[in-house]
Design a protein around this ligand. Structure first.
Ligand SMILES: Cc1cc2nc3c(=O)[nH]c(=O)nc-3n(C[C@H](O)[C@H](O)[C@H](O)COP(=O)(O)OP(=O)(O)OC[C@H]3O[C@@H](n4cnc5c(N)ncnc54)[C@H](O)[C@@H]3O)c2cc1C
Length: 286
């Protein structure tokens, strides 16, 4: 018989105190990653702290600096939130692409980031929307931009005793256009072979960018936030050559591997193609 130690805190204060006193306790949110991994590893003894009893952990609300999404909000709540659909449409779209209805009803947005899989769907829009992760412990709160949150497969910057409270997303500028692509082997119930999110702030009335952000998923050990894209500010995005240059520049920062979902060569081609397609879709060029 396996030994499962289980604790159900009722408040965030109680949860962080428990984590500080019990460094071996694992945070349980929806369990769609944690419990699957636990079964795969032969159901070893486990110490769980279930955060689903924490009041307000799934809250989403407006702040003066942006929009707050609680780590405990389910993927379904994120997908169907009208505010997210209006202001952060590719976050809603990415949420719609996660697993199945059953998975989306259990899985949380916080768990999708904390699991630190390079293929996690909601991470890419969060990166291009410049989301900050709000990390909490007995010492208080601190913030980390999501692009700096991941340190390796399954590893984040969070240290023992810390947990994710939620994300703050600054409201995008009015000139912003976005797009998201999940390239996978099947239309549903599959992880991304390559994921791309693009956010472009366009110059008024033009097809040239004031600012471009690109995030890539499933192309290396951690999700990639492409650096150095400011060199394309002002470039004409309706030019095929410019699109090719941006896509190839983005690809250089990826380190795709061969696995069950695709070969290194196939992934490499799909990164370039999907970045080009995403920019065209965002600025509405066929
Ligand atoms: C059938 C199936 C299909 C799937 N399809 C997809 C898909 O298409 N796309 C996709 O991106 N994912 C997919 N997933 C993966 C999974 O559903 C997501 O990663 C999910 O968002 C994880 O959230 P959770 O609440 O279930 O996390 P859990 O499993 O509860 O936790 C995951 C990890 O994060 C930690 N954690 C969770 N919340 C916190 C917190 N607040 N603070 C600190 N640590 C925390 C846990 O300790 C654990 O290490 C799929 C899973 C299944 C089983």
């Amino acid at each position: 018989m396996n030994n499962i130690k289980y604790f159900l805190p009722k408040s965030l204060e109680e949860a962080v105190k428990y984590l500080s006193d019990n460094n071996d306790a694992k945070v349980l949110a929806g369990g769609t990653d944690l419990i699957v991994k636990w079964k795969k590893t032969g159901c070893p003894d486990m110490h769980l702290m279930d955060i689903r009893g924490i009041n307000k952990f799934a809250e989403m609300n407006d702040l003066s600096e942006g929009f707050f999404i609680g780590a405990g909000a389910t993927i379904e709540q994120v997908e169907s939130c009208e505010k997210i659909k209006a202001d952060f449409p590719i976050l809603s779209e990415a949420a719609r692409n996660v697993g199945s209805v059953q998975v989306r009803n259990l899985a949380t947005i916080g768990g999708n980031s904390c699991n630190a899989a390079p293929s996690a769907d909601t991470v890419l829009p969060l990166i291009v929307y410049e989301a900050e992760a709000v990390i909490v412990s007995v010492s208080g709160e601190k913030r980390c931009t999501l692009k700096d949150f991941f340190v390796g497969p399954g590893k984040t910057v969070m240290r023992p005793g810390e947990m994710l409270k939620g994300f703050v997303l600054p409201k995008p500028k009015p000139c912003t256009v976005v797009s998201f692509a999940k390239h996978s082997r099947r239309a549903g119930m599959d992880l991304a072979t390559v994921g791309v999110a693009v956010k472009i702030c366009l110059k008024k009335g033009e097809k040239s960018a004031e600012e471009i952000s690109v995030a890539l998923g499933a192309v290396g050990p951690v999700p990639v936030s492409v650096k150095g894209l400011e060199k394309f500010n002002g470039a004409d995005l309706s030019s095929d050559n410019v699109l090719k240059e941006i896509a190839e520049f983005s690809f250089e920062q990826a380190s795709p591997i061969t696995d069950v979902r695709g070969s290194k060569d196939y992934r490499s081609k799909m990164i370039v193609q999907n970045v080009k397609d995403c920019i065209c879709k965002a600025i509405k060029i066929d």
